[in-house]
Design a protein around this ligand. Structure first.
Ligand SMILES: O=C(O)CCC(=O)C(=O)O
Length: 256
């Protein structure tokens, strides 16, 4: 359960780090499941999927840079997303009764994992209520400034959803123009393995390249309160992959 100080910090900054939410065993199980998924998915990859998911699309043996919908596809990630401590924190911040509508694993392999430009998740997802969407980012490896932790524009959740553009040929790489982004200096948010960084859907954030010799793997869970919906999102999200999350107070209570 988040305490009053943590709730105040989230309200002020639009971001909160909870350093010790998951145990070593829970993260170990997720990484084992990820390794198995990597092997199974790699065996069936189409050219289009190589382009979308691999660090080097011309090399089918190169690392995945991301994987979509781990919570829908893999039991160990579903267990993380439904962990009572996480769900309770999410419901404290956006209200009771949530669906996980999208999740992603982000891998930054040592030395080659690239940066992610400044963006707001609410531009990608376009929720009907910007206060009804929350991202939780779980560190599967300790995330540091050297290996590419997230950086946040603290307080930027008070901005409206800003115009984003994408470089030619990279429609998925949406970002706010540099002159707008620079209004908000970016503060690094290192997260220990098993810790969680939680951010508001309007909070500007980015990550740097992995300059270390260690991997930086993380999983994001995107939650939406049940009374909201995605209105014309920037990319396509498969509604059949959404996962209902039982309320931390029990379903019957949350529905009443
Ligand atoms: O993990 C990363 O490097 C990027 C994640 C991200 O941008 C997000 O969770 O919205």
């Amino acid at each position: 359960m988040l305490d009053a100080e943590q709730l105040d910090a989230f309200g002020r900054d639009g971001q909160l780090t909870v350093p010790d939410l998951f145990s070593t065993e829970e993260i170990d199980r997720a990484l084992e499941d990820l390794a198995q998924w990597d092997a199974e998915f790699r065996a069936t990859l189409t050219d289009e999927e190589c382009e979308w998911y691999l660090e080097d699309p011309s090399d089918p043996s190169s690392s995945f840079s991301k994987l979509d919908d781990p919570v829908f596809h893999r039991a160990a990630f579903r267990a993380l997303a439904m962990a009572p401590a996480l769900v309770e924190a999410v419901e404290q911040l956006i209200g009771e009764g949530v669906t996980l509508f999208f999740s992603q694993v982000f891998c930054k392999p040592p030395e080659v994992g690239g940066p992610k430009p400044v963006h707001q998740d609410n531009f990608y997802f376009a929720p009907s209520d910007t206060e009804a969407l929350l991202t939780t980012w779980i560190a599967l490896d300790a995330a540091t400034e050297e290996n590419g932790c997230l950086h946040y524009g603290l307080g930027s959740h008070r901005e409206p959803v800003l115009v984003h553009t994408a470089p030619e040929g990279e429609p998925f790489n949406l970002q706010v123009p540099a002159d707008v982004a620079k209004k908000y200096p970016m503060t690094p948010a290192p997260v220990p393995r098993g810790g969680v960084s939680i951010h508001h859907g309007n909070t500007l954030h980015q990550s740097e390249a992995n300059r270390s010799d260690l991997p930086r793997r993380a999983v994001t869970f995107h939650f939406l309160r049940h009374d909201a919906r995605l209105v014309n999102p920037a990319l396509a999200y498969n509604p059949a992959h959404a996962v209902f999350i039982p309320s931390s107070r029990g379903d019957a209570e949350a529905r009443s």
